[in-house]
Each structure stands twice: as structure tokens, then as C-alpha cells.
Design a protein around this ligand. Structure first.
Ligand SMILES: Nc1ncnc2c1ncn2[C@@H]1O[C@H](COP(=O)(O)OP(=O)(O)OP(=O)(O)O)[C@@H](O)[C@H]1O
Ligand SMILES: [Mg+2]
Length: 353
């Protein structure tokens, strides 16, 4: 295609209904996959920017059509079915055929899905993250001097999969029992972290050289902003996440969360978009929990909340993500989807878009 033309964008995704629960699967087995409304919202946003959408589906569907795919690039939100590289599968297949993708490549998807690897990269960059260790078996050693409370999470999951009230543990026996359950049910090692009593925030980013760093969004639980020992579990996510924006925090903390979010984004080579999750302890110290290079684009999730706060359509944020990818690929389009340049690496204040 010529510079300045509309583009053909493939859409890769995993829809929940494609994965009926198998015997022995935990209740949250398909939690990472998207609702058809989210796929439709992305499709409509891309079309509204004047481009053509080619629906592809999951990695298996991509494999079937990849050699006759006529697209300029792919907008990918596929999470993949299993394994530490599940989120890398679609980007790597596309890379093999030289097809550009919106969002992070296979390497970034893998090192961020594995929370332990991501945290090692954060630490190398001086980004604060809760102390941790991993266990591949429930009998594995616990580091000398380890203190409680701790939280036990599957090592390669998202959407609060594998998190329940028993994930927060107060002693070694409870830790080992929870590790045994998660290792058995999710067939993977666990990451054990120091539990951060305090509050929770998430920071979304769109763009590359000069990304937009959005205002922190506060994560609420049961209508409470001050979380203390409360944390997100799968059943809480399933009954609808609850957010507040603006987050009702000092400008100093807000800027610090935005600074750390960008540092985390850079530490793992995130591109086009991402979301960084934080806990802030009772002394006001922020800790990065994880970075999501494939954050939910549901209208009900953080990007929907931000669109509401900024008083722009949700579709415009999708278009800005796409535009970031298209620019990165070197394909400027005639119809700039977002209608404005990305903000030059600045932190957006309340009401700014
Ligand atoms: N170290 C911690 N201290 C306190 N709470 C924590 C900690 N780690 C995780 N949590 C709680 O568990 C939730 C899920 O953890 P995390 O963000 O690491 O995993 P995830 O399943 O990948 O998340 P997501 O739902 O954002 O995809 C957090 O939103 C938070 O409420
Ligand atoms: Mg998270």
C-alpha cells in the first residue's frame, strides 16, 4: 500500500465461547478471553477510522489463513490457550511472515506473562516491586527470613486467575497448602510475593516515542477505596471490576505512579499500549505488581473508564492505539484516527486528552 491510504487490519482474538470448560478445568479457565462485545467494539473503532477489518480469530485460526492473509497489519488481543508463551504465539507467527502487529511482540508478551521474569527486569531498572520467590513444587524451600503476610499467585496468568480468599497467607503451612492447590489446578509454578497492605491503582499508556500516560485509575473493591488487606480475586473480577478516576490521590503520588508506569513500559519494551498495576502501601510507597501488554480493551474496563473521564469515545482510544502501531510500522494514514498527536511523553492531568 501507499503511504496515506486506509489500511486492511486483521483482528486476532480469543473469544470465551470458543473454549467450553473441560472436565478438571478451574472455574476461571477462560477468564483471560474476551467477550464478543469487546471484539465488536474494536472492529467498529477501526472501521470508523476508515480502515477495513479482517476478522481472523485465535492462533489456530491464524495458522489456517496466514499464507493467504491480505492485510497491512494485525490488531492483536489474542491471549492464547496455554503455557508461558501463550500470548506470544500470535505475534511470533505474524513475525515469521513479516506481518506487523499492533502491540507488543512475542518476547515482551512472554517476559511479562511470566511475572517472575518481569519482576527481575523491573528490579534491574530500579523499579520497586514486592519481594518475591517462586515455587515449582509445594515442598520447595522458602527463603530464610521470609515474612508474612504473603500472596500466592499462578506464575503465568492474568485476570486474577487462581486468586481467591485463600491466596493471602499468614504462615508457612497456609502458604504451602495454597501453593499445592495452585500448582495442581493451574499446572504451573507459583510466585509468592510480600502482601502489600494499602491501596491499588493502574496506569494505562498509549504510544511509543512520546506516549500518553493516563491518569492513575483507582481500583475499588466492594465500593471501598481504602483496601487495606482486600485484594482482587477471580470471583470479584467476575462480578465486575470497580474503578474510580480521578483516583483521589495527591499530585505527587499521581506523578510518581505515572513515572514508574513509563519506566516499567520501557523496561520490557512495551509498544503501542499497555497498563501497569500497582499497590501502594500504607506509607505511600508504590510497588509495581505487573505490566499488561494486552490489557482488557472492554468498554467496562480501565480504557472505558478513562474514555469516560476524558469525555472521548472509547473508540477514540482504540484508534489512538492503532495509530501508534501504524506510525511505528511506517504507514502514516490519510485519516489520523485519534485526530491529534500523542502528548509528548507528558503526564496527563485531569481533564486533558
Ligand atoms: N503483592 C501483592 N500485595 C497485595 N495484593 C496483591 C499483590 N499481588 C497481587 N495482589 C492482588 O491480586 C490482584 C491480581 O494480581 P496481579 O495484578 O499480579 O495478577 P493478574 O491476575 O495478572 O492481574 P489482572 O487481573 O490485572 O490481569 C491485584 O489486582 C491485587 O488486588
Ligand atoms: Mg493485574
Amino acid at each position: 500500500m501507499e503511504k496515506g491510504e486506509a489500511v486492511r487490519i486483521g483482528l486476532t482474538f480469543d473469544i470465551r465461547s470458543d473454549y467450553p470448560r473441560a472436565a478438571g478445568d478451574p472455574a476461571d479457565a477462560a477468564a483471560e478471553f474476551d467477550h464478543p462485545d469487546t471484539i465488536r467494539a474494536i472492529e467498529q473503532a477501526i472501521e470508523a477510522a476508515g480502515h477495513t477489518v479482517v476478522r481472523i480469530g485465535n492462533a489456530e485460526a491464524l495458522l489456517k489463513v496466514i499464507d493467504r492473509l491480505e492485510v497491512d497489519g494485525v490488531f492483536n488481543i489474542a491471549e492464547g490457550l496455554r503455557g508461558r508463551n501463550r500470548e506470544s504465539q500470535v505475534p511470533v507467527l505474524l513475525e515469521m511472515r513479516g506481518i506487523p502487529v499492533v502491540g507488543a511482540d512475542g518476547l515482551t508478551q512472554a517476559v511479562t506473562l511470566d511475572k517472575a521474569i518481569a519482576k527481575k527486569l523491573f528490579l534491574a531498572e530500579g523499579i520497586p516491586t514486592p519481594c518475591f520467590f517462586t515455587m515449582a513444587a509445594p515442598t520447595d524451600p522458602i527463603p530464610a527470613g521470609w515474612t508474612f503476610p504473603a500472596i500466592v499467585k499462578p506464575r503465568f496468568e492474568g485476570s486474577s486467575k487462581g486468586l481467591s480468599e485463600s491466596s493471602r497467607v499468614l504462615d508457612e503451612a497456609a502458604l504451602r497448602a495454597q501453593a499445592a492447590r495452585v500448582i495442581r489446578d493451574y499446572r504451573q509454578p507459583v510466585i509468592v510475593e510480600q502482601f502489600i497492605r494499602g491501596n491499588e491503582f493502574t496506569v494505562a499508556i498509549i504510544g511509543n516515542e512520546t506516549p500518553e500516560i493516563f491518569l492513575p485509575v483507582r481500583v475499588m473493591i466492594d465500593g471501598r477505596a481504602e483496601l487495606g488487606d482486600l485484594f482482587y480475586t477471580f470471583s470479584r473480577i467476575a462480578s465486575g471490576a470497580d474503578y474510580a478516576c480521578p483516583a483521589g490521590i495527591s499530585e505527587t503520588l499521581s506523578l510518581e505512579l505515572q513515572r514508574l508506569a513509563l519506566a516499567a513500559y520501557r523496561a520490557v519494551d512495551c509498544v503501542d499500549f499497555g497498563r501497569v498495576d500497582f499497590r501502594v502501601d500504607e506509607q505511600g510507597r508504590p510497588f509495581v505488581l505487573e505490566i499488561n501488554p494486552l490489557p482488557s480493551l472492554s468498554t467496562l474496563d480501565v480504557f472505558g473508564i478513562l474514555a469516560g473521564h476524558l469525555e472521548v469515545p472509547h473508540a477514540e482510544l482504540i484508534q489512538r492505539i492503532l495509530q501508534a502501531g501504524i506510525r511505528r510500522w511506517g504507514l502514516e494514514t490519510a485519516r489520523p484516527a485519534g485526530g491529534r498527536e500523542a502528548a509528548g511523553g507528558r503526564c496527563l492531568m485531569s481533564g486533558q486528552a
